[in-house]
Design a protein around this ligand. Structure first.
Ligand SMILES: Nc1nc2c([nH]c(=O)n2[C@H]2C[C@H](O)[C@@H](COP(=O)(O)OP(=O)(O)OP(=O)(O)O)O2)c(=O)[nH]1
Ligand SMILES: [Mg+2]
Length: 134
């Protein structure tokens, strides 16, 4: 156990079929190739919901209303260098054409099938919980 607590915001984006979007972490980033929820770190002074909407615009080209997302669960996980605290928000409405802007692969996954995707260790309990609840 070491390092600071890192706050990262992430989205469970649902399409009309109830599938959830996973994105593959791009080459060059930590944990490249693993499948994650889109999102990222807060910038100084940002509210979590604003940060998530900014990240969704940057990573997926979509516009999301910060007032229209709701927290559904969170991850709390100790990596060797930091402790990740990651609220996960449900997103069902967006504007614009969804596209991976950072060269990342994306996949729409049935909640029960999330476990087939190799993910950061912090995400495994979230996959399990979403499979049970959705
Ligand atoms: N976005 C996201 N990050 C996750 C997940 N699971 C998990 O352990 N992480 C970790 C990986 C990183 O150490 C950290 C946030 O990563 P990030 O690379 O998305 O941050 P960012 O978008 O702000 O990108 P950058 O500025 O560092 O390039 O959280 C997840 O499901 N989604
Ligand atoms: Mg990110």
């Amino acid at each position: 156990m070491s390092g600071k607590v890192l706050l990262v915001v992430a989205a469970a984006i649902f399409n009309e079929d109830g599938d959830i979007l996973l994105a593959q972490r791009p080459e060059g980033k930590s944990m490249a190739g693993l499948w994650e929820f889109p999102g990222g770190k807060l910038e100084a002074g940002e509210r979590p919901e604003e940060a998530l909407c900014r990240e969704l615009k940057e990573e997926l080209q979509i516009s999301v209303d910060p007032a229209a997302i709701r927290p559904i669960t969170f991850a709390s996980f100790g990596y060797p260098d930091f402790h990740l605290l990651m609220p996960l928000y449900e997103v069902r409405d967006w504007q614009g054409e969804l596209a991976g802007l950072e060269g990342q692969e994306i996949a729409w996954v049935k909640p029960a099938e999330l476990g087939r995707y190799e993910a950061p260790p912090a995400d495994i309990p979230l996959f399990d919980e979403l499979a049970l609840r959705y």
